[in-house]
Design a binder for this molecule. Structure first.
Ligand SMILES: Cc1cc2nc3c(=O)[nH]c(=O)nc-3n(C[C@H](O)[C@H](O)[C@H](O)COP(=O)(O)OP(=O)(O)OC[C@H]3O[C@@H](n4cnc5c(N)ncnc54)[C@H](O)[C@@H]3O)c2cc1C
Length: 348
């Protein structure tokens, strides 16, 4: 029997970051993941966007999140000999008078100072687009290749004999002699980080998940600049030079496959927006672990001791993940507190 300190179930972005936080402390652990083909992380753009939504709202805790995510993704890059993160400016179209007014209101609010830098026509600067709406630039944004990060981290775990690639069977988890036992091994703590599939976890399926499927087309375009630009869809340059464009919210399905409907819809949106031909080279889909109150799920099971959840990263895993993975691991091993808004105690 092998005794390790921790077991992590799931190796999307959440499980990857938990494992990294344990590794930073030299805490032994094993990760179990059944496969990444349809998880949310492989489909995501990995954008860290400080200002989102139709009301141009600043992301909750943004300064704290940024201070945590920059060193986290940089250190992961050093560990895995890759560059995962780049600093970007997001160009955002102002699609209506109402949006222009909303943006103007934000400009005069001191908490938004420094987040917007320029507004104007893009015709002369980026001559690839058919419309000539006014655009605003959003600063302090990042793009992180979280799909590549997850794959590279998986290879790292595998090389260190820390990965089991198989489905986790909840019936085989037992608490005896002050530790959790799974398939002959003992663990002091167990973390669940299964993304939306936690709706099938018998310990945590009482939490109010609200899974939301999204999709993305990967295209080759004539756009040369390394940009991220948003009109009625996002176009963001990937590490390999292709453009990611995606979104969509299907709240009812558990089928993670790409759909013809999305492909046709986004293809025609791109045709209307880009003034040149483009080629679709890939089509991805994934189900986001969204939550009814839009805050992550962190903490210990109310009755089963030493059983933790790290989930509910929703549409903002790239921003939320580094800060809250650190918070959860510090809570367990250094006895620090959990932000009440994300603590699962809010549902007990
Ligand atoms: C189209 C799209 C675009 C997105 N764009 C962005 C973006 O630009 N910026 C951003 O911040 N976020 C974005 N997101 C959201 C982001 O992808 C998520 O917040 C994040 O990836 C969630 O990570 P996770 O690890 O919780 O879940 P997942 O990535 O789904 O990983 C869960 C893992 O657990 C494993 N698992 C589940 N159950 C079991 C089991 N019983 N046994 C073994 N393994 C199991 C699965 O195989 C999977 O690998 C986007 C999502 C989508 C779908």
């Amino acid at each position: 029997m092998q005794n390790q300190v921790a077991l992590i179930v799931g190796q999307g972005l959440a499980g990857t970051l938990l494992s990294f936080r344990l590794k930073q402390r030299g805490i032994s652990h094993l990760v179990i993941d059944q496969g990444i083909k349809t998880n949310a992380t492989q489909a995501a753009a990995g954008l860290v966007n400080p200002i989102t939504g139709r009301y141009f709202t600043k992301t909750w805790l943004f300064e704290k999140l940024l201070a945590s995510l920059d060193p986290c993704y940089d250190e992961l890059g050093e560990l895995l000999d890759e560059t995962f993160k780049k600093n970007i400016v997001i160009w955002r179209a102002l699609n209506s008078i109402a949006q222009e007014n909303q943006w103007a209101q934000r400009m005069s609010d001191p908490i938004y100072e420094g987040y917007f830098s320029h507004v104007g026509s893009i015709k002369n600067q980026l001559p690839y687009f058919s419309n000539d709406l006014p655009y605003v630039q959003i600063n302090h944004a990042r793009k992180v290749d979280i799909g590549l990060l997850m794959k590279k981290y998986r290879q790292h775990l595998s090389a260190n004999s820390q990965l089991l690639e198989e489905p986790f069977n909840y019936d085989n988890l037992h608490w005896t002699n002050n530790s959790w036992h799974y398939k002959g091994n003992a663990y002091s703590v167990v973390f669940f980080a299964e993304g939306y599939q936690a709706i099938h976890n018998p310990f945590f399926n009482y939490l109010p998940f609200k899974p939301a499927k999204g999709e993305a087309l990967i295209t080759k375009t004539n756009v040369v600049e390394d940009i991220a630009i948003k009109n009625n869809l996002f176009l963001a340059k990937e590490t390999n030079g292709h453009f990611w464009s995606g979104g969509g919210y299907d709240w009812v399905t558990e089928d993670p496959s790409p759909t013809t409907k999305f492909r046709e819809d986004y293809k025609s949106k791109l045709e209307a927006w880009l003034n040149h031909d483009f080629e679709i080279v890939d089509h991805k889909a994934g189900i986001r672990p969204c939550v009814k109150d839009r805050k992550p799920f962190l903490g210990e099971h109310p009755e089963q001791k030493k059983l933790y959840i790290f989930n509910g990263l929703g549409t903002k895993g790239t921003s939320l993940g580094p800060y809250f993975s650190e918070q959860l691991v510090a809570h367990i091993f250094e006895n620090t507190s959990i932000t009440p808004e994300v603590d699962i105690l809010r549902f007990s």
